[in-house]
Design a protein around this ligand. Structure first.
Ligand code: T1G
Length: 696
């Protein structure tokens, strides 16, 4: 049974033990209810609720969502806990999250270990605290603290929670002993139940709710849950507790039934599923990684070095000369200074972390590295030269990784005598901030090398997705089709601003034209110079960008690209010059421009992602469709509340997706829009992508 109840002297002790995180599954809820009822009838004078394992209850059981709820429902159970005739103490360790914190708030007293954290992350699942949290928390901590905790979803440390009035005591040592002592003192003091629901409604200046709505409409653009949280907190300031609970329940059920929560819950599990590689045993031994070498101190190499230093590893950062190395170390210093300025770390932490990165221009310094990550310019022969050298210098068993965005990792591995130690670790710029890490499994990559890199990804707080070898792996290969359609929409009649506005209002963090300007239009230009005219493909898909580069408009870095940029604020605006270039290139290429509505723009760009994603799954480059969703949400600013491109395909319906793609094939371009065979197969079989993936 996941919940045990025992009477220790005059304290009833409820111990929840339901690995891995003591989630409030039906069995756990039933167990808590049985224990609380037993305590009402026995000789106990106080009750303690604590958890075995690594954490206090980390929330409702997300795996049960979407299924018919079973009694006892959590809100009702927590009301029963709060109605206990004997004082109930919640003893918290690990992370009391979501329904776990709500269980603690429904208890009459709360104690916690110093290392404990509490939070209400439901908003990250497209939900809101649905078991009284939106009503009890404001009564305990005030409306503003409640709004911050619930709309950010970010946990707070025990000490901060104590300051906010959520925790009564921070206790050291054994938590069970501390909880028993705390309960006995309540008994000795004659302290009875203390219900947060009976606290007065929090006072708040009504204007804060409008202010929060405005702020969140920008920060959480398109998301419904944050707005509903504001409604619930506003209700807590004016409605009696039961009415506020009712309002919370209505909003919760509406969100639970909605597409946004379905998408975000999909992402929650997809991110964890992506770490699993079916043909690699979970207990595959991993190599010990303590010393890391990074080759290249440019934007990527500097960021990559920081990731490892932040995780406590020693880093040798190698460049070809002192000037280049100096620039890299200066970038790193600036990044850490920015972190201190934003309150992400103290000055001491920044200095200690930064000092873990030691610059060098001497390859011999990499001889004892356990892992080396090459992060030089995207040129295959340059990378091969470096790997030949690493093969000579690095100790046996060192993992040799390339950060290449496109190149064939097999060809890099082939120049070494140890291809089994070679792997791709594709970071995303800015590497010290972007969460996504594409781990590229080459043909010869050893299982323990892959297992080591998957474990290392978690250590450096990256979201890892395993990719096979192809041009652009998962994300960038799909991005080429997305970018092509953006460029074609541009030359066929749209404008940078119209395209970006369409995609940003649909939910993308940044429109494609701004992304191109940010990355630099010269990157694609240089890559095309090495290709024949034939290899470059349809000039309509690149001539505008090339014309801008030839005018010196390289993007944000040169102050102008598709947009012009203010040097200081980086504010961007459309200017007539880029519009003139668009119109001129269209004329040169004989394109008769037309009005293209936002719906067509969005469908062309997003369905291009879906179609290529289907091919990537079919080829085995991605292990599963949900891995592609993780790539696009953590690497390309795809809205989590739409679940990722592949989940979105199921949301739209594959029949509709197929119909639109065939329409584009017939009206735009047969090659660009040939439907992926897997898409056609699933439409013929009348199955969804999720069902197909689950059946594999
Ligand atoms: N329900 C079901 N399974 C869960 C779970 C949950 N709440 N949390 C984690 N798991 C599984 C996870 O899928 C993985 O499984 C394993 O536990 C380890 O997780 C009514 C409605 C607690 C900080 O959102 O943030 O309460 O892959 O790899 O990195 O108001 O898990 O091993 O099979 O993430 O150490 C609110 C979600 C729910 C917390 C631990 N709570 N969890 O991180 O381990 S909604 C949350 C986390 C709610 C109420 C509302 C993290 C963690 P597997 P892990 P970790």
């Amino acid at each position: 049974m996941p919940v045990k109840y025992e009477l220790l002297d005059d304290v009833g002790v409820v111990t929840i033990s339901s690995p891995p995180v003591n989630a409030l599954s039906h069995a756990v809820r039933a167990g808590i209810q049985s224990a609380i009822r037993q305590a009402q009838a026995d000789d106990s004078k106080a009750v303690v609720i604590l958890c075995a394992g690594r954490t206090f209850v980390a929330g409702a059981d997300i795996k049960e969502f979407g299924k018919p709820p079973m009694d006892p429902w959590l809100p009702e159970l927590l009301n029963e806990v709060e109605a206990s005739s004997k004082p109930v103490v919640a003893a918290i360790h690990g992370t009391a999250l979501g329904g776990g914190l709500e269980l603690a708030l429904a208890s009459h007293y709360r104690i916690a270990l110093p290392s404990a954290k509490v939070g209400l992350p439901e908003v990250k699942l497209g939900l809101l605290p649905g078991a009284g949290g939106t009503q009890r928390l404001p009564r305990l901590a005030g409306a503003i603290a409640a709004l911050d905790l619930m709309t950010s979803g970010v946990p707070m440390a025990a000490e901060a929670a104590q300051t906010q009035g959520l925790i009564d005591a921070i206790v050291e040592g054994d938590l069970t002993d501390a909880a028993l002592s705390f309960a006995k003192k309540l008994i000795a003091d004659g302290a009875g139940p203390r219900c947060s629901s009976e606290l007065p409604a929090p006072e708040a200046d009504p204007s804060i709710f409008a202010e929060y709505r405005r702020t969140l409409a920008k920060r959480a653009r398109g998301q419904i849950a944050p707005q509903k949280i504001i409604d619930c907190v506003e209700a807590s300031t004016s409605l009696p507790f039961p009415d506020g609970l009712q309002k919370e329940r209505e909003h919760f059920m509406e969100l639970m039934a909605g597409a946004q929560s379905a998408g975000m819950r999909h992402v929650f599990f997809a991110e964890r599923e992506a770490r699993k590689v079916p043909d690699i045993a979970k207990d595959t031994p991993t190599r010990d990684i303590k010393k890391v070498g990074v080759i290249g101190a440019g934007t990527m190499g500097s960021g990559i070095a920081m990731n490892f230093a932040n995780a406590g590893l020693d880093v040798s950062l190698l460049e070809v000369n002192d000037d280049a190395l100096g620039r890299g170390l200066e970038t790193i210093a600036k990044n850490y200074a920015g972190g201190v300025k934003r309150g992400k770390m103290t000055q001491e932490q920044a200095v200690a972390t930064r000092n873990r990165i030691v610059g060098t221009t001497n390859y011999e310094k990499l001889a004892d590295a356990d892992l080396v990550v090459e992060a030089v310019f995207e040129n295959l022969s340059l990378k091969q030269d470096i790997f030949e050298r690493l093969d000579e210098i690095c100790k046996p068993g060192a993992i040799l990784a390339t950060n290449t965005s496109y190149q064939d990792v097999n060809k890099i591995a082939a120049v070494t005598r140890r291809p089994e130690d070679v792997i791709g670790l594709h970071f995303f710029s800015p590497a010290h901030i972007m969460k996504l890490l594409e781990i590229v499994r080459a043909d010869s990559t050893a299982d323990d090398v892959l297992a080591t890199c998957l474990s290392l990804a978690k250590k450096i707080r990256k979201v890892a997705v395993v990719a096979g070898v192809c041009y652009g792996f998962i994300g960038n290969r799909m991005l080429q089709h997305y970018g092509r359609e953006a460029q074609l929409c541009l030359i066929e009649g749209s404008t940078p601003d119209a395209i970006d506005t369409a995609l940003q209002q649909w939910g993308m963090a940044m429109g494609p034209m701004r992304v191109f300007d940010l990355a630099g239009l010269d990157v694609g230009y240089k890559a095309r110079q090495g290709l024949s005219v034939e290899e470059r493909g349809d000039p309509k898909a690149y001539r505008i960008a090339d014309a801008l580069v030839e005018m010196g408009r390289l993007g944000q870095k040169s102050g102008a690209g598709f947009y012009t940029y203010d040097a200081e604020s980086r504010d961007y605006k459309v200017d007539d010059e880029s519009i003139a270039v668009i119109e001129r290139e269209a004329e040169v290429l004989g394109v008769v421009r037309r009005e293209i509505d936002a719906g067509e723009i969005v469908d062309r760009l997003i369905f291009a992602l879906i179609n290529e994603g289907m091919k990537i799954v079919e080829e085995g480059i991605a292990q599963r469709p949900s891995d592609i969703d993780v790539v696009y949400i953590y690497g390309y600013g795809f809205p989590a509340y739409r679940g990722g491109p592949m989940h979105y395909a199921d949301t739209v319906g594959l029949v509709e997706v197929y119909k639109r793609i065939c329409g584009f094939r017939d009206s735009l371009d047969e090659d660009n829009w040939s439907p992926a065979p897997l898409l056609k197969k699933l439409v013929d079989e009348k199955t969804t992508l999720a069902e197909w993936a689950a059946a594999r």
